[in-house]
Ligand binder design. Sequence first.
Ligand code: T4K
Length: 374
Amino acid sequence: MKRFGKPIYVTRPYLPPLEDFKRGLEEVWENQWLTNNGPMLQRFQRELSQYLGVPETNLALFNNGTLALELGFYAMGLSGGDVITTPFTFVATSHALKRIGANPVFADIDPETMCLSPEAAEKLITPRTKAIVPVHVYGNVCDVEGFERLGEKYGVKIIYDAAHAFGVFSRVEYVDRVERKSIGCCGDMSMFSFHSTKLFHSCEGGLLVFKDAAIQEKLFELRNFAIHGELSCTDVGTNAKMNELQALMGLECLKKIDGLLDYRQSVYKAYEEAFVDCPDVKIVPYSRNKAYVPVLFKDFATRERVYSELKEKCNVFTRRYFYPLLTDFAPYIYAKGTCPNAEGLAARVLTLPTYYDLSLEDVMTIAENVKEVV
Ligand code: T4K
């Protein structure tokens, strides 16, 4: 097995050219405005609106994805209700529900896409259900039509955790033209995470995209303590404001988004080719933006061996996203054993390194090392 001289992590944040960032910093210095709805934040919101093809009235930026989810759930009135969601995700999804006083109810995932199954979710709908929160896990797109049907049939909100799905669009064909539609436009609301470990980031950050423009004012209020000027406070808000340096990082990364997305496809393709002759490593093909490269092994023992040998012998730090399942963690242990598909896949999955400057040669070496272990 080949050992890398420097550690290879599951991801590395893209950094824009320092000169470009410095120019932006000069502007921040001139403005002497660092947070609280500053000019960089407003520009970032404007440019995101153009990139996503979503009106500015239907977006809101936050200081991280978790608080974006929390405030989104709160603004949609989920407190006190049951919300059906997936256990195969990062803890932030269900933590955000719990923290606003909603009760996460876990339904199983589709064994192919690894996203929440609409059929499994439907079986758990009761009069207490206020919403369904599917996750486009790894950038694999959920069965959005299936969830739309459930939303209409039962009158429940559909709110996507799209933390991994920035840069995913679908083609919409009209008689006279073809348009692209952001995955964020599905359902009542979607959240994109701009954390440094994401293919597009603002150091930390989160974006909500929502169908009903009327909710924007509420979200702006909630992210700023729900205070209005000096004399009024109308709700229990919090501090979830994105600052100017975050917005600047986001703007600089947005300039490069097409290249970042293209390169992820190349990395994925290189892994795919490397594993084509190896039936013991099954690459999961569903991610649209290739934000992650999940692979499945035949059993838990093999996955664990690959994980540790890559770390110890090769200096390669893969991650077992998403193991353990949320239903193995103390706050959600009440649902342990209820989602067999998710349990089976969490025991066998490993996400391999992918990032903007991971060379294709290094991808081949990582893949060869994996093949030597299985
Ligand atoms: N919903 C879903 C489905 C999510 O996956 C997430 C977050 C959220 C909601 C919440 O969104 P945010 O509130 O985070 O915006 C990471 C991230 O912290 C987390 O954002 C992400 N999902 C989760 C899947 O992964 P860790 O604990 O695995 O990250 P960490 O610090 O171990 O970083 C992974 C590797 O990246 C490191 O081994 C080295 C490298 N790295 C990391 C950072 C931060 C760098 O090279 N440079 C860096 O600056 O959680």
